[in-house]
Design a protein. Structure first.
Length: 202
């Protein structure tokens, strides 16, 4: 199991949330701010959440005030801003730090798994984004300037890889089931009519 799933965080209402609850989901984890030049990206994040929710995408927003003091409000003020300005429905979390000795363990993990330019782990600004696949692996780090189109391209890759893996697993299972049924049939073991029929048709 990925080390990511051993971590816990607090949501914006200060409830404990175990990241193990997101096993099997694709995660887009972002340090957000309400008074930043990149704040309109909330719209991109919400659009991605709406579009890929059924495919298992969870967008997780973490307010942070470390860059230019651009997230000065309380959790309640942040939530109100997101609701009223961008109609945000994806999950928002407690305000954190992403750099330094008080950095969130989650972001320490993300930075270590996916360093930035020249291998530097430090986050440079608001709206740095980390994409985590369904196995809990950090597969991509996006710069603050990277918008919805760049992220969507990577989401499609993850979705296609998952479909291929699922199809491969299903075909392997079907093949084993087919061989098992044929073996039982040859040995004279009584099988349900449907199982016999399907085996003979293959």
């Amino acid at each position: 199991m990925s080390d990511l799933y051993n971590l816990s965080v607090k949501d914006i209402q200060l409830n404990d949330v175990d990241l193990s609850s997101f096993q099997g989901k694709t995660l887009l984890i972002v340090n957000v701010a309400s008074k930043c030049g990149f704040t309109p990206q909330y719209k991109d994040l919400q659009n991605l959440s709406d579009k890929y929710k059924e495919q298992g995408l969870e967008v997780l927003g973490f307010p942070c005030n470390q860059f230019g003091g651009q997230e000065p409000g309380t959790n309640e003020e942040v939530q109100s801003f997101c609701d009223l300005t961008f109609n945000v429905s994806f999950k928002m979390f407690d305000k954190i730090e992403v750099n330094g000795e008080n950095a969130s363990p989650l972001f320490k993990h993300l930075k270590h798994e996916s360093p930035g330019i020249l291998g530097t782990e430090s986050i440079k600004w608001n709206f740095t984004k980390f994409l985590v696949n369904k196995n809990g692996e950090v597969v991509k780090r996006f710069a603050p300037k990277d918008g919805g189109a760049a992220i969507e391209a990577e989401l499609k890759k993850i979705d296609n890889e998952f479909k291929k893996k699922f199809a491969s697993t299903f075909n392997l299972w079907e093949g084993k089931k087919y061989k098992s049924n044929i073996l039982k049939y040859k040995k004279g073991i009584r099988l349900p009519k449907l199982a016999i029929t399907m085996s003979m048709l293959k």
